[in-house]
Every structure is written in structure tokens, then in C-alpha cells.
Design a protein around this ligand. Structure first.
Ligand code: MN
Length: 229
């Protein structure tokens, strides 16, 4: 096929233990999936249906512990926040996926950050405007190398900044399970292979200043590390 301009490179993610990469199609993020974080953001931790926002696929950045990722402090904000999240990569698309079949669509899991321009998000919320510039900016989705697995990891999810533990929770505290999130979203749109889900963050989100060293992880997955430049 001929294109009228040079096509941009296809976004992709590293896969642990191989030089082959996971081709990224879309990034969906769950807005609120841990009760304590819902409370810290002034929300209602009741089990309401999950809601979603998106990041562009090319917002993803390789951020494994060996990759030494450096992320420039983003423009247009003075309040960059970390949100550690369990990332779920889909090998198989589909719509109206039953919760009992949902994990059969999974390729694997990784540790991710949903980097957020919190000041822009607060302004957007107050004005009833979309979150695109608060959440979907360049390099806003650092992801560790994927670990192939169907079953959802169990255990801790944590984030440290300059050696200080900021977020530390149990994946069992998720309001909506991975299978439920996949099933729910697939009733509104059709998943494609290469879709990535960020499944929400636990309490303890906070600011990242220039020079901050971020380490994050999920039990059983490849940890994430990066520096804010
Ligand atoms: Mn988030």
C-alpha cells in the first residue's frame, strides 16, 4: 500500500524474555477501581459501573528495570502525578465477552504508570470537559516488559518515589476484577488484538518533581523504573 505521507512507527511493548514485541493497538484506562483511591479523589467508593478513558497507543514507553527510561517533565502542568496500575494486554479481540471467557483473551500482564497532569484533570472535571490532555499526553504510559500469562497476578501493587513508598495495596482490593473490566468494556466496543487495559490505581497517588526516581511493581511481574528529567 502506498501512503501520502510516511506512516508513523507502530507502537509496541517489550515482552519479557524475548526480543519479539507486543503490537499496541489502543490503551483503555479504568478511572476508579480501588475504594481507597476513589475516596482520596473525593469520589464515592460504592461499586458503581467502571468508567473508562483512553491514552493514545504511542503514549506507551518501555520502562523496565533495565531500560533506564527517562521521561521529560511534560509541558502545560505543574502537578504531574504517578498512578501505578496493573496493565493487561489482549491477544484476542471481541465484543460482548462473558466474564467467564474474558481471561482467555489475555496475552499477558505488566506494571504500568498512568501518568496524570492532575492540575489539568481537576480543571477538566470542574468544567465538565474531557480528560484527554490530562491523561493522554506524550509518554504518559510507561510500561514494564509484558509477562505472558492468562491468570491474573495475585499480591501486592506498589510504587516508590526516591525510595519512599507512596502506593502499596493488594490486587484483591480492586473493585472490578480484570475479567469484569474486560467483559464490561466489551459491551460498549469491540476489542482488538493489541489492546491494553490499565486497571486503575490504589490510594497514595502524588506528585513527581524533576529528577524523581520512580520504581513500581506488581507481585510476579516485571517491575518498572524511570526517572523524570
Ligand atoms: Mn489511573
Amino acid at each position: 500500500m502506498a501512503f501520502v505521507v510516511e506512516p508513523p512507527p507502530r507502537p509496541s511493548l517489550a515482552v519479557d524474555g524475548t526480543s519479539e514485541r507486543f503490537p499496541l493497538h489502543r490503551i483503555y484506562c479504568v478511572g476508579r477501581n480501588y475504594a481507597a483511591h476513589a475516596r482520596e479523589m473525593g469520589g464515592d467508593p460504592e461499586r458503581q459501573p467502571p468508567f473508562f478513558f483512553m491514552k493514545p497507543a504511542d503514549a506507551a514507553v518501555d520502562a523496565g528495570p533495565d531500560a533506564a527510561a527517562t521521561i521529560p517533565y511534560p509541558p502545560a502542568t505543574s502537578e504531574l502525578h504517578h498512578e501505578v496500575e496493573l496493565a493487561v494486554a489482549l491477544a484476542k479481540g471481541g465484543r460482548d465477552i462473558a466474564p467467564t471467557n474474558a481471561l482467555g483473551h489475555v496475552y499477558g500482564y505488566a506494571t504500568a504508570l498512568d501518568l496524570t497532569r492532575r492540575d489539568l484533570q481537576r480543571e477538566a472535571k470542574a468544567a465538565g470537559r474531557p480528560w484527554a490532555f490530562a491523561k493522554g499526553f506524550d509518554r504518559s504510559a510507561p510500561v514494564s516488559p509484558l509477562r505472558p500469562a492468562r491468570e491474573v497476578p495475585k499480591g501486592r501493587i506498589w510504587c516508590r518515589v526516591d525510595g519512599e513508598t507512596r502506593q502499596d495495596a493488594d490486587l484483591a482490593d480492586m473493585i472490578w476484577s480484570v475479567a469484569e473490566v474486560i467483559a464490561f468494556a466489551s459491551r460498549s466496543m469491540e476489542f482488538q488484538p493489541g489492546d491494553l487495559l490499565l486497571t486503575g490505581t490504589p490510594a497514595g497517588v502524588g506528585p513527581l518533581v524533576r529528577g524523581a526516581r520512580v520504581e513500581a511493581g506488581v507481585t510476579g511481574l516485571v517491575p518498572l523504573a524511570l526517572t523524570i528529567a
